[in-house]
Design a protein around this ligand. Sequence first.
Ligand SMILES: NC(=O)c1ccc[n+]([C@@H]2O[C@H](COP(=O)([O-])OP(=O)(O)OC[C@H]3O[C@@H](n4cnc5c(N)ncnc54)[C@H](OP(=O)(O)O)[C@@H]3O)[C@@H](O)[C@H]2O)c1
Length: 249
Amino acid sequence: MRPNKERVLMTGGSGRLGTELRRLLPDLIAPPRRELDITRPETIEAALERYRPTVVLHAAAYTDVAGAERDRETCWQTNVRGTAALVSAVNRTEAGLIHISTDYVFDGTRGGYREDDPLGPVLNYYALSKLVAEEVARLARRHLVLRTSFRPREWVSPVAFTDVYTSQDYVDVIAPDIALIVTRWRDVPYDTLHVATERKSVFELARRRRPDVRPGSKSEAEVALPDDISLDVSRWLALKARWKEETTS
Ligand SMILES: NC(=O)c1ccc[n+]([C@@H]2O[C@H](COP(=O)([O-])OP(=O)(O)OC[C@H]3O[C@@H](n4cnc5c(N)ncnc54)[C@H](OP(=O)(O)O)[C@@H]3O)[C@@H](O)[C@H]2O)c1
């Protein structure tokens, strides 16, 4: 049943994406980790009891890709076990679950990945944990998996790779789409959606906000990087266009 008003409880509200979403959705309930820690199931129960959300937006994660290679335990406990704890608690309520996933669930060899393409093999431990987390999230009775990818608002590095292709964008470009989906999640007729922009090289993306960025190659990087991790976003673009048409007609 559609409630009169959605009550959205967010995990990871202090993060990069969460900070943008809190600005866009002032009613978002986003408790800090000391109140809602996904590795402590009793805090999840308490938050669900206290806020009685109609949907839980799950963006909390261990996101340090290099750190995850050194501290696999924390990465797994947070991304996999934390998601599992959240799913079982959510399933004891009527709430839905929107899970934030990543383009890194794909192998990154050919790009243009569609929602139903097979996942993996993954490039690193963070990606493995997010792939498993995504499958765990699908155990939520009512779920929507959003695969996305974003950068901070500013391009900080002086170098950007010309030989890595992506559909990611700056967080302030991606967040409004995610905010729209969160407010209309019941109108999404899919269980998975790719939320990103068009395919481009990382260098092209960097140049948009830092015109003096130097071209580089992924062979200089400390971590393994994909050739082309771009997502096919046609499903989302068509849905967004339909929503726009409905509101203007
Ligand atoms: N950044 C990207 O390029 C990217 C790309 C694709 C997908 N994603 C996904 O998008 C989501 C948001 O990413 P982000 O870049 O915004 O993350 P972020 O800036 O690294 O923030 C991570 C968030 O998770 C919270 N968190 C970590 N462990 C927690 C725990 N045990 N319990 C509760 N909260 C916990 C952090 O809280 P504290 O502030 O307390 O540490 C913080 O709010 C993640 O699911 C990530 O995997 C990110």
